[in-house]
Design a protein around this ligand. Structure first.
Ligand code: SF4
Length: 391
């Protein structure tokens, strides 16, 4: 319908889709109206995966005699990237031959990141900023970071306002709004709640993942399924730290991106490749690193925070019930955010020295993912997905 993910009005999306359902037509700008009936023309073939990646979609256009006019295959490869089959092949070939980009701090592992940070006397966020500035101006970078945080914040706000049943047939109720109302009442009553921070973290993460499940706009961070952990941790930080600044949010995102890049480079951020440890586990490691950085952590403490968060997601499978990113995904993001904050807090209280290096933890995740049965990699053929009766 000519809409773009970053500009479509989330409050208008349901109307657009029901318009297509009612009329049986799609009308992309600059094109005539095409016949399209979602109930028969969208075929969810869960049995035959496409060759390039587990998350694939094939689009075919036919004329009125049923002759195939055009066919395109697209893959959603994680991290918000959607590519055609040809682009995917080119990317795979490039990955085999490419050396690192020409950036001033080309760290490909946590070890290198720490060595470069020590050598240059820069924080992780400062090195990441310097790398990004090879591709854009400082103004563009800050504007981009601010746009990301604004989209995350709007997503939380919308998720806290909307209630009802999420689409897909599982009839799972949205809970963030109700929990938020209760937390607000409690906040006003001044009653001591020993789980206060956990409750706020959880409700923020759930708001985002309910938006994701409802087809709303989220920031892939690092994926849609794990999109709640980083926004919840930033919002928690702003909520409980009155002196937090805009610059803190930018540094949080830059540090989180540095850690996410290392994980993606050496293992995976895709549930279809390594299970949920790669999605919520990576998100928690990124959030823990970001939070440790804005709490004043040293590069070693930041690396420690990421490692603690990732280590305690190792082995976690991907088993969404009915293939919908709802159960266990929504609560899993809440718990991922709680682990991220706990990991940052533990790391900040230490001196940065620790037993398991982040690189070893990432390599463990990669190996565990390789050994994991396909049943637990976003196929919904194992785990909770087969042990809970859908009704
Ligand atoms: S269970 Fe699977 S779909 Fe759900 S958040 Fe984890 S990786 Fe994503």
């Amino acid at each position: 319908m000519g809409e773009e993910p970053h500009t479509v009005d989330p409050d208008h999306m349901d109307e657009i889709i029901s318009g297509v359902e009612r009329s049986g037509k799609v009308t992309p700008p600059g094109h005539p109206a095409y016949d399209f009936k979602p109930e028969t023309d969208l075929i969810f073939d869960k049995k035959q995966p496409l060759p390039g990646h587990a998350n694939g979609m094939s689009f075919s256009a036919f004329d009125h005699e049923g002759r195939l006019l055009l066919k395109r295959i697209y893959y959603s490869i994680g991290g918000g990237f959607v590519v055609t089959d040809t682009e995917l092949e080119a990317m795979k070939a490039q990955k085999k031959t490419a050396s690192s980009d020409r950036v001033p701090y080309p760290f490909a592992s946590a070890r290198q990141m720490l060595d470069m940070s020590r050598g240059a006397g820069l924080t992780i966020a400062q090195m990441k900023r310097a790398n990004e500035l090879t591709k854009m101006s400082a103004e563009e970078l800050d504007a981009g970071l601010d746009r990301i945080w604004a989209a995350m914040k709007n997503c939380i706000d919308r998720g806290l306002k909307v209630d009802g049943i999420m689409p897909g047939g599982l009839k799972v109720k949205r809970r963030a709004r109700d929990i938020h109302d209760k937390l607000n009442a409690e906040w006003r009553s001044n009653r001591l709640n020993p789980l206060l921070a956990n409750d706020w973290l959880s409700v923020y993460a759930m708001a985002v993942n309910e938006e994701n499940a409802g087809g709303g706009r989220v920031v892939t961070a690092p994926t849609n399924g794990a999109a709640g952990v980083i926004p919840a941790t930033i919002r928690y930080f702003l909520h409980f730290h009155e002196d937090a600044t805009e610059e803190d949010v930018r540094n949080f995102l830059l540090t989180a991106a540095a850690v996410g890049g290392i994980i993606k480079h050496n293992a995976s951020i895709s549930g279809a490749e390594v299970g949920c440890q790669g999605e919520v586990g990576s998100a928690a490691a990124m959030a823990a690193a970001g939070l440790a950085s804005v709490l004043g952590g040293s590069p070693e403490q930041i690396e420690n925070a990421a490692e603690i968060a990732l280590e305690h997601h190792l082995g976690m499978t991907c088993d969404p019930i009915a293939g919908l990113v709802q159960v266990p995904c929504i609560e899993r993001n809440a718990l991922g955010a709680v682990k991220a904050v706990t990991a940052a807090s533990l790391a900040i209280k230490g001196d940065g020295t620790h037993f398991v290096p982040l690189d070893a933890c990432i390599e463990t995740m990669r190996q565990t993912g390789n050994d994991m049965s396909e049943k637990y990699k976003e196929t919904s053929t194992g785990g909770l997905a087969v042990n809970v009766v859908e009704c």
